[in-house]
Design a protein around this ligand. Structure first.
Ligand code: CKU
Length: 606
């Protein structure tokens, strides 16, 4: 049976119990744990909070940098009254891959560290008593995994992650884990898409279940009043005088799906949905038919101590900072984020470009830097022996992301790759099935894009023709022609933009990255690179260029906040391109953006 990616809820027919808390944890550097019976209990565990990355909680470097197999263990109680139902474990994610055991029996495995999966444990749990849950994780990187990298072995035998990407390889159970009790006949999925008809809206829906009984759907407004209902697994709901979901003015309806057997409710699931349309038309983005200029950030799930662990305090602060600064959009660079972040974006009225963890498809020692200068170690990435495996992993992650996120009003576009090596021969054969798959899976037919690296130019990029809008990552004035050469950078930048205008075929162009590393306390008059003054000069130059091309329809600066990376000569304890510090306090540039973004009308360049 297809595993459901629906968010866990409590309802008349469903129970969801959090398993978050302090678990047991142990490294397994020789990968002998399974054979040694560790599913019967870890021999020498330490305590470990869930959700969190494990890395930054340790005080010794070997533990922080640990790469290989590692185990989490807890136990959970299954109430006797749940007998006769399906018992399911749901992991928000397990980075980067996991095998799950209950009472010693393997119940699930999953590849990929940024999307949910579940395990049906009905046949292995014991009722009215505690059950042991053991999870064997692994955080190694390979050229065929998402994200991509290598696993090096030091002379002392220790493995270390060598990412082909510029963020720390955080790992662990980084998102909530839940125990679910579901009816045997259950709702597996539902899909909505919207049409506006004057003052009214039509919502096309489908429902997928694992049984044969009838379904009903009901829609309630924000005050709990019923506004539409229908029967059947597919149909159209007519919502008179619909209140639309909009930027910074989200209106959410409650969508309730039921499986019914005569008068009996077999299963009930509900979720909040926003009614809105989004499309690319005549060089513009149209939200509910009106032009919208995108402004905001590339982000990371990244914070002190927690690493990539879901932390609602940080999530809340991030949205407050984004509202304060006048942003309306962010990209989930470089992986799908926790469910809870999309729910908040739905509620706060933020637009999301949802990105699959296809990052690092550009092989080189210092990937992001070498790649931006066009001198990466190898040129082609899609002509390798491992490419078919990479493509399979990529299709799986894309399918899971779209299945999970397709009903969110906040999600307006799919980002199918970040900065791949896209100038070599294998590019088209690799890209096409992925772009086709995204179109096929998404009932809303959201636009598809991918972030194009600096040295893939209008003349050399062999992937750009697949994108419904063009997303550029550009660092004129930072990685190229920085500091005293910034005037040359501006000229070169304009030249490239003229080139994109030739090949864009009416499509809008946005910047999914531009930015300059800046140390929060550093000031210098006149400016030098890394000073706050230079970050502002750099931004002035970039914005001058953006403002002079009407086809530029969005600007997502890199990055919302400073974030952790692998250590090295290019990074000072992490990437410092944040507009906010890692503690979410403003750098000078934050005021620069606040002045600009709060002044730009929503339909700037309409
Ligand atoms: C960012 C060549 C540009 C790569 N881009 C990717 C992103 O993950 C990095 O953090 C650049 C940077 O700051 O270098």
């Amino acid at each position: 049976m297809k595993h459901s990616l629906l968010y866990p809820v409590n309802s008349a027919s469903r129970r969801a119990v959090s398993l978050d808390g302090m678990w047991k944890f142990q490294f397994d550097p020789q990968s002998t744990g399974l054979a040694s019976g560790w599913t019967k209990g870890l021999p020498d565990p330490v305590s470990m909070p869930v959700p969190s990355s494990f890395c930054d909680l340790f005080t010794d470097k070997d533990s922080r940098e640990y790469c290989g197999d590692f185990w989490y263990e807890t136990d959970f109680f299954v109430p006797g009254e749940w007998q006769g139902s399906d018992i399911v474990l749901r992991f928000g994610s397990a980075t980067h891959r996991a095998r799950v055991f209950v009472n010693g029996t393997e119940v699930a495995s999953h590849e990929g560290g940024f999307l949910p999966f579940s395990a049906d444990v009905t046949d292995v749990v014991r009722y009215n008593t505690r059950n042991r849950l053991s999870v064997l994780l692994n955080n190694e990187l390979h050229e065929y995994t998402l994200p991509a990298g290598e696993t090096a072995v030091l002379k002392n035998g220790k493995k270390v992650a060598a990412p082909y990407f510029d963020f720390y390889n955080y790992a662990g159970l980084q998102r909530p884990v839940k125990l679910l009790c579901l009816p045997q006949e259950q709702i597996v999925d539902f899909t909505v898409s919207h049409r506006l008809c004057g003052e009214d809206a039509e919502v096309d829906y489908t429902v997928e279940t694992n049984g044969s009984h009838d379904c009903t759907v009901e829609v309630y407004d924000a005050d709990g009043r019923p506004v539409a209902s229908a029967a059947g697994r597919a149909g159209t709901l007519h919502i008179a005088g619909a209140r639309l979901w909009n930027v910074h003015a989200a209106y959410l309806y409650t969508f309730v799906v039921r499986i019914v057997d005569g008068g009996r409710v077999v299963d009930e699931y509900s979720e909040k949905i926003g009614i809105r349309t989004f499309e690319v038309k005549d060089g513009h983005f149209l939200l509910n038919g009106k032009p919208i200029y995108l402004r905001g950030f590339g982000k990371h799930e990244d914070a002190d101590l927690r690493g990539r662990g879901l932390d609602l305090v940080t999530v809340k602060r991030d949205f407050e900072c984004m509202k304060w600064i006048g942003a309306n959009c962010f990209r989930t660079s470089h992986y799908p984020y926790a469910d809870e972040i999309y729910q908040m974006a739905d509620e706060e009225g933020f637009l999301i470009i949802d990105e699959v963890p296809a990052v690092g498809f550009f092989e080189s020692l210092m990937n992001f830097a070498a790649a931006s200068q066009g001198n990466g170690k190898a040129l082609g990435y899609f002509e390798k022996e491992t490419t078919p495996t990479l493509l399979e992993n990529h299709k799986q992650a894309l399918t899971e992301m779209i299945t999970r996120d397709k009903n969110h009003a906040s999600v307006i576009a799919w980002s199918i790759l970040n900065e791949p090596q896209c100038t070599s021969e294998g590019t088209e054969a690799y890209f096409k099935p992925l772009f086709d798959l995204a179109r096929e899976l998404d009932a809303q037919k959201r636009p598809r894009t991918y972030a194009i690296i600096m040295h893939s130019t209008p003349e050399t990029s062999r992937g750009q023709q697949f994108a419904d809008f063009i997303s550029l990552n550009r660092y004129y004035g930072w990685y190229a022609m920085g500091g005293n050469s910034i005037s040359d950078a501006e000229e070169a930048f304009r030249e490239e933009m003229d080139g994109w205008n030739q090949v864009r075929r009416g499509r809008p162009v946005i910047f999914t990255e531009y930015g300059a590393d800046t140390l929060a306390g550093e000031h210098k008059l006149p400016s030098v690179m890394w000073s706050q003054e230079y970050q502002n000069e750099y931004l002035d130059m970039n914005h001058r260029v953006f403002d002079s091309y009407d086809f530029v329809q969005g600007e997502l600066v890199w990055n919302f906040a400073d974030f952790q990376t692998t250590e090295g000569i290019m990074r000072v304890n992490g990437n410092k391109k944040g507009i906010f510090t890692r503690q979410r306090q403003p750098k000078d540039a934050a005021f620069h953006f606040r002045a600009r973004w709060t002044a730009l009308p929503d339909d700037y360049k309409a």
